[in-house]
Ligand binder design. Sequence first.
Ligand code: PA5
Length: 445
Amino acid sequence: MKRPLYLNEKFTQKFVSSHEFDALKPFIATADSLVNNRSGLGCDFLGWVNLPESYDKEEFLRVKKTADKIRNDSDVLVVIGIGGSYLGSRAVIEFCAPIDGKGKNKSPDIYFLGNNLSPSHMVEVLNKCRGKRISVNVISKSGTTTEPALAFRVMKDYLEKEYGSEAKNRIYATTDKARGTLKKLADEKGYETFVIPDDIGGRYSVLTPVGLLPIAVAGIDIEALISGAYQAMIDFRNPDIEKNECYRYAALRTIFSRKGKTTEITIGYEPFVASFCEWIKQLHGESEGKDNKGLFPASMIFSTDLHSLGQYVQQGQRNLFETVLWINNPKVDISIISDPNNLDGLNFLTDKTLNEINKNAFMGTVLAHVEGGVPNIILELEDTTPHSVGYMIYFYEKACALAGYLNGVNPFDQPGVESYKKNMFALLGKPGYENMKSELESRLK
Ligand code: PA5
């Protein structure tokens, strides 16, 4: 079967020697066994490794059935969640959505809420909901995260006012199977619930109901998404880095990190790649950024950002490398027409497609940046089908886990995320935080 994703290392060769890979081989073998034997740090959260074959088939069918119901009875789905509880679904929806989504099988509009504390975002979404048929999918593994809990309080009130006792038939909760406030509330109110497996953390949860329900409501084939992940699971089982491009990518990132590169910039050449980059940034940032270690995961969309940050990439500090996510077959294309007067001097581009021009921008940029001392890893994705995107998701998940173990960290915890929460609760006067409140307030004076 044709592979949906290829690693092209041509533009890293000037910066890495083959003996550097050889030196990493024993460590890769160890990291591989930590993942496969479920014996590494955070090994209780390795459920994603076999998920493409071990997922709950009954729940999968229920997700599909519920998505059909929402597609039939709603104009809008509001997805409430933060971090791993929304980034994956937004990434896949934007990556796979057809450009002409306004046909007669038009999917409900999907709005994401509860991923910030912005009053204007909240009011904007509420305004967009007015007069429409609404459903809500509230997603929280812990069931206690402040941002989505507050957004849900607002949306629940809105739905109860609009639909009365019928509101419960328009609210779907995706959460832990037994624990947390959201689970308790869902049981009390009689909402349909979907389970986030115990052994899968938020940022690895896009192929569970966390991602699958909103993605299916968007009309995207979730079976194809899982089949792509399944193909990747098989392809990336081989611990030999000569034969495993996922592990080679993890090795390259590790090598660059150890020779002074501190920032990996993921590059897309289509604006719809931006949300996928946000998913990658969470995956890498929360998995690897700890114990004063880890690459800083950044992203840019070219050619847009070539006119803002491109100067820095070409000639700023040399602590960067780029990973370009190039799509071989774009969703659509358009040819450049001839102009009889050629006043803009662009007739040399007549009949070329915009994608051909975009590709030349990509090639020209890679050559320039490599010349400027910035290694470029190229990931060539065949197309934007759900199968290819499922494959790419699994590729990134496994590479991230491997790189975390290579760097000696637990890729599956996020202890640092708690610090701001504690301070925020104390400043807001949450019971139990009284001493901390006065101490923090004195520091703010
Ligand atoms: O990856 C993670 O675990 C986090 O980013 C969580 O997804 C995020 O904090 C949201 O947590 P929860 O789903 O418990 O509301």
